[in-house]
Design a protein around this ligand. Structure first.
Ligand code: DLL
Length: 433
């Protein structure tokens, strides 16, 4: 039996949901036009007036917002409330080198935490649970968002933040954490460390809420098997509040978008044309209820697919696939398009842990493409012949997946620097941009 945090909303009929979205969109566009000169200019340039927007069927008429608009308008240019009504900022983790500063009213925080609470209840969380939050606290949205959601559900919340793995494991064991929230790469690291310490059998974990970075189905199975829990995906971005824009339910088959707060569209990233349900393209979100930092048709750059088929959990909100890359982080190596997640899939299929790093450089006008992969300790202590055999197997698999051959180096266990936040998978020294 599925549990819901806000059953009426999460299982609302599609017709009612569309009515609610339309009502909220009309009001939000009018408010933003009146209070945000930056967005008013964008609408004026496109020749759209708030009175042209009568419902969600008119959404396509509105201009897009992009990360570069956020940079141009930094820091206050997109504010729709006076600063006196704002109570918090959060900021991006900065892995792309471009910081986004988002503002929140108390109401914004309340609705954001509701979304995170929905995600926790969807994985079976109740007030009987001990929820260990090891996303970073501070400017990053992961810690504060899930912390707030966990309080709302009534879980005993362990606000660990990221890092200090020994202490994480000690609290996890001593206080019997049942739910853990962190990046999937940190979950994999915690699993490795718990196995090494011989405490894995003492843990009581039942569910993990993992997101903030790309991870594959293979990685999900690996973490589930090692930590003895069910691993659920959660998605979000700072611009839209943070985690909880969408989340997986017990079906583990795509993430339900909180559609009472966010309208999702898929567009062709080149032509900007809206694509039909089920197409692969760039995800665009319109936030319907955000007060301080409203985002209308914000281009996320995440490539994914939406699915409006009914879900077995009873939630009526559409689902999005895992992001399959970004329209802006695809690597082009010697003219070939490469997604880091393809490399991860190959490694896990070859029975390797997904601790790897891609190093790109340009020598004599030719791209160099190095992949360093950490060996599991059993392989590391095996014979040279066994290691070479494995190396060849991985290289052949990489060649066939990517259509291009990297220089592969198997390195000692734990020699690639571990991340307590998002893993650094790509070091691109080519400086092509
Ligand atoms: O990463 C918010 C978050 C925190 C989500 C904790 C989930 C859990 P940003 O730092 O602004 O916010 O980064 C947003 O991270 O556009 C995606 O490219 C990526 N991302 C987020 N969740 C996932 C996921 C947070 N589940 C950017 N799978 C987004 C793959 C994800 N990528």
């Amino acid at each position: 039996m599925a549990n819901y945090y806000q059953k009426d909303i999460e299982t609302m009929s599609r017709d009612k949901l569309h009515e609610l979205q339309s009502e909220r969109l009309v009001a939000q566009v009018k408010r933003v036009y009146e209070s945000v000169p930056y967005y008013r200019d964008l609408m004026d340039k496109k020749g759209v007036k708030p009175s042209d927007i009568k419902g969600i069927e008119d959404l396509h008429k509105l201009p897009f917002l992009t990360k570069s608009d956020l940079r141009d308008a930094y820091p206050y240019g997109l504010l729709a409330k006076p600063l006196s009504e704002c109570v918090r900022i959060q900021s991006t983790s900065g892995t792309t080198g471009r910081r986004v500063v988002a503002f929140y009213t108390q109401h914004d925080i309340d609705l954001w935490e509701d979304c995170c609470a929905r995600a926790i209840v969807a994985v079976g969380g109740t007030n009987e649970d001990v929820c260990q939050v090891c996303y970073g606290y501070g400017l990053f949205t992961g810690g504060p968002g899930l912390n707030g959601g966990s309080h709302k559900v009534g879980c005993l919340t362990l606000p660990m933040s990221s890092g200090n793995t020994d202490r994480q494991l000690q609290f996890m064991e001593d206080l019997g954490a049942t739910i853990i929230c962190c990046t999937p790469s940190y979950a994999a690291y915690l699993a490795e460390s718990a196995i090494e310490k011989g405490i894995i059998g003492n843990l009581k974990l039942k569910a993990g809420i993992f997101g903030a970075e790309a991870w594959t189905e293979e990685m999900r199975h690996d973490i589930e098997q090692k930590l003895g829990l069910k691993a659920y995906d959660i998605y979000g971005l700072t611009e839209l509040s943070g985690p909880g824009v969408s989340f997986e339910c017990e079906a583990q088959a795509g993430m339900h978008v909180c559609e009472d707060h966010f309208i999702a569209e898929i567009i062709d990233p080149v032509t900007e044309e809206v694509l039909p349900m089920g197409s692969k393209g760039e995800l665009v979100f319109t936030a319907l209820t955000k007060e301080a930092f409203p985002m209308i048709r914000y281009r996320t750059r995440d490539i994914c697919v939406l699915n409006d088929e009914p879900c077995e959990c009873g939630r009526t909100h559409i689902r999005m696939s895992k992001p399959m890359g970004r329209s802006d982080d695809m690597l082009i190596i010697r003219g070939v398009n490469v997604f880091p997640s393809q490399i991860e899939t190959v490694l896990l299929n070859c029975g390797m842990p997904a601790n790897y790093q891609i190093v790109l450089d340009r020598v004599n006008n030719t791209d160099t493409f190095d992949v360093e992969v950490e060996m599991p300790s059993e392989l590391f202590s095996d014979t040279v012949a066994a290691i070479s055999k494995k190396e060849k197997e991985i290289l052949d698999a990489l060649k066939s997946m990517l259509g291009i051959s990297p220089k592969l180096k198997l390195v000692a266990p734990k020699s690639i620097v571990r991340s307590e936040g998002k893993a650094v998978r790509v070091i691109d020294k080519r400086k092509l941009f």
